[in-house]
Design a protein around this ligand. Structure first.
Ligand code: ADP
Ligand code: ZN
Ligand code: ZN
Length: 662
């Protein structure tokens, strides 16, 4: 149960060997699946009050002690009840009272038992691989910093081959479900005898349970999964790889807000195996770890840095990146003449282009110039986004929708105006400019299901699209050989965001989207429209100089005392009234016996940037310390206090350790 306590039962039939097994137990009025954590302990309850375990399930081996330790660590570090962690760590299909039928995961060896021929490694790849191999077994964390297209994946594949050869299992984490089909295909092609099993939230319950079991029994040798797969028990685990280790999607954003990357590092250390974190734009935490910039001298998780500066494939070069100063350029519908000309040029040459705008919909808001009415969400402190494709106004925070009104609800004016620009509007304008071009808009509205998404990818690869209009969905990890031009539009907003992590995310996103251009033999060009071409972020970006950007950011963070130089936790509350949320946080702060924790700073409760979402008023309180142990010690004690505070019926609160968003 998601409660900060365990439950005792009678189980005379259980021995120490049953620890880690699933059991059926009576709970409340029904029967539940539980996990046997210990046997032979004396309960604090008198024996008459204990109910007997109904059945000890033996169709699975016991969950290993190592898995228990991982869950305990997660529970302790993120201050979530152990029951809740274990509940989240097991796939629903495994927790079912009735076990799902077992089906063999068959190696697809029949189709093709000859592995593809291996490319000869570049010098940089060989050097990186040698370093990893030379380190040998044992806990060795590596940060593989390689520009887009530098062949990081090829290094993963070689390492996986080594691990399989030695009889090990491999866990490969990727941040996005969208990236798994591609990686799955590469793994299946390279390792036809040991095809990967995937684990992510879009699998059917039965399929996920089946894959999980295959990993747990050792039948599957390669597990490819999103963050939740970090909990998969793997008896022969010998290597962990995290692709795009900087990606915020590796952090769970509801329930237990764990970082799959950090848990994976814990897991590797606990098991004494190597872990490789790969990225073209490493997180500043990992960058700091690789450069010995941790505030705490006792940090043991220093990473070895391995660098790939050049693209791997044949003549592939990094694209040229240039800023277009929107204050000086001739602009039409938000696109500069230079970018439009560049698009025309690609079209004439039969090459693909991508216009990147990280905002879906037609326009972020619909407004009435006569009376000042704007399309607001009734339930959130946000605007409704105009979606012209299906003539809806839609809230991107709570999902509320409405028809587009024919006239202003305020004054009856018929001339409502869309303000700002989203992908649909860009698409409409580009269709006007280039009537002969085949346009393809790729965002979450156009690619709602995995099927649609895969169909779009096939369309792009098949050369059936000339100009792609896309959000960050298209930015990551895809290899489009005929794509030679990327235009980035509307990026500036993140430069001056109140969220101090926004520049880091913007840099990563632009670097990634830029990385889509010129992957094969055709050289790529990236044009970034901005009002601030001299901004250091853009200067570093045009020079492909992530290190100078990262060091500058780290210096700023050090000056400001931000992570990774300090450690943070965020207590958040939401309730029908803002006063209730603030009052809860205020009493939480008052109950914090701060004088006993001089190393921990508690800030005032403040409203969140999105102050209302889905009819709930949201506020937060930041807790900070230069010492992780001090912060952890404080949080442990504080959580016990917080659980005692009486709260209004409709107030919800949670604590997030190492928050990524403000
Ligand atoms: P990354 O993961 O760093 O973005 P990939 O591993 O996807 O890069 O490699 C980019 C492209 O380069 C792929 O098409 C891949 O097949 C190719 N490639 C990788 N290593 C080599 C190599 N040693 N020789 C030739 N091509 C390579
Ligand atoms: Zn009006
Ligand atoms: Zn809303």
């Amino acid at each position: 149960m998601p409660l900060p306590r365990l439950f005792d039962y009678l189980a005379p039939q259980a021995g120490p060997g049953d620890v880690g097994r699933l059991v059926h137990v009576p709970f409340g009025s029904g029967l539940r699946v539980g996990i046997l954590l210990d046997v032979g302990v004396k309960s604090e309850l008198p024996e008459e009050q204990l109910k007997p375990v109904q059945e000890i399930l033996t169709d699975l081996p016991p969950l290993p002690p190592e898995w228990m330790r991982l869950c305990e660590f997660c529970s302790g570090y993120y201050h979530a009840p152990l029951g809740e962690v274990m509940l989240a760590a097991l796939p629903a299909g495994v927790k079912r009272a009735v076990p799902t039928k077992r089906r063999q995961i068959k190696a697809r060896a029949r189709r093709d038992s000859v592995a593809e021929s291996l490319p000869e490694l570049t010098g940089e790849q060989a050097a990186a691989l040698d370093s990893i191999r030379a380190a040998g077994p044992g806990f060795h964390p590596f940060l593989l910093f390689g520009v887009t297209g530098s062949g990081k994946t090829e290094i993963y594949l070689r390492l996986i081959a080594d691990a399989l050869e030695a009889g090990g299992q491999v866990l490969l984490l990727t941040p996005e479900i969208n990236l798994t089909p591609q990686m799955e295909a590469r793994l299946a092609a390279r390792f036809p005898e040991t095809p990967p099993v995937s684990l992510h939230s879009e699998l059917s319950e039965a399929m996920r349970a089946r894959h999980w079991r295959a990993a747990f029994t050792g039948e599957a040798r390669i597990v490819l999964g999103t963050r939740l797969s970090v909990f998969t028990p793997m008896p022969d685990l010998a290597l962990i790889i995290i692709d795009e280790e900087h990606d915020p999607s590796l952090k769970q954003q509801d329930g237990i807000r764990y970082s799959a990357r950090d848990l994976a590092v814990f897991r590797a250390r606990q098991r004494g195996i190597p872990i490789v974190l790969g990225s073209a734009t490493p997180s500043l935490e990992s960058w700091g770890n690789a450069h010995g910039k941790r505030a705490s001298a006792r940090s043991t998780s220093r990473y070895r840095l391995l660098t790939l500066n050049m693209r791997a494939a044949g003549n592939a070069r990094l694209p040229t990146v240039r800023c277009l100063d929107t204050r000086r350029e001739t602009m039409r519908e938000g696109l500069s003449a230079v970018l439009l000309d560049a698009l025309a040029e690609r079209l004439a040459r039969g090459e693909q282009s991508l216009v990147f705008l990280n905002r879906r919909g037609f326009a972020p808001v619909l407004a009435c110039p006569a009376c000042g009415w704007i399309s607001r969400c009734n339930r959130c402190a946000a605007n409704l986004v105009l979606h012209l494709a299906d003539r809806r106004l839609r809230c991107h925070h709570c999902g509320s929708e409405a028809r587009v009104p024919r006239a202003c609800p305020g004054c009856g004016n018929l001339d409502l105006q869309p303000f700002g620009r989203g992908t649909q509007r860009l698409e409409a304008f580009l269709a006007e400019c280039f009537p002969q071009a085949r346009l393809l808009r790729v965002d979450r509205d156009a690619a709602r299901s995995r099927k649609q998404w895969e169909a779009m990818l096939a369309q792009i690869h098949g050369g059936e699209a000339d100009i792609l209009i896309g959000t960050q969905m298209l930015a990551k990890g895809h290899d489009f050989p005929r794509l030679t031009l990327v235009g980035a539009v509307g990026a500036d907003a993140a430069l001056f965001s109140a969220d101090w992590r926004a520049p880091e995310r913007l840099f990563a996103l632009l670097m990634q989207v830029a990385g889509r251009a010129g992957r094969a033999d055709l050289p790529g060009e990236v044009l970034i429209q901005t009002q601030y071409p001299e901004h250091p972020l853009y200067t570093a970006l045009t020079a492909h100089d992530y290190p100078s950007f990262a060091f500058a950011q780290l210096a700023e963070r050090k000056g400001a005392g931000f992570p990774p130089y300090s450690h943070q936790a965020m207590l958040r509350a939401e309730a029908p009234e803002m006063a209730q949320s603030i009052a809860f946080l205020a009493s939480a702060r008052a109950g914090a016996r701060s004088s006993e924790h001089p190393d921990v700073a508690l800030y005032d409760p403040v409203t969140m940037r999105l102050s209302r979402r889905a009819d709930r008023e949201r506020a937060q309180l930041l807790v900070e310390s230069f010492s992780r142990p001090a912060l952890q010690g404080f949080l442990k004690e504080w959580m016990a206090t917080l659980r005692q505070i009486k709260i209004p019926a409709r107030l919800r609160w949670h604590l997030e350790v190492d928050p990524l968003e403000f």
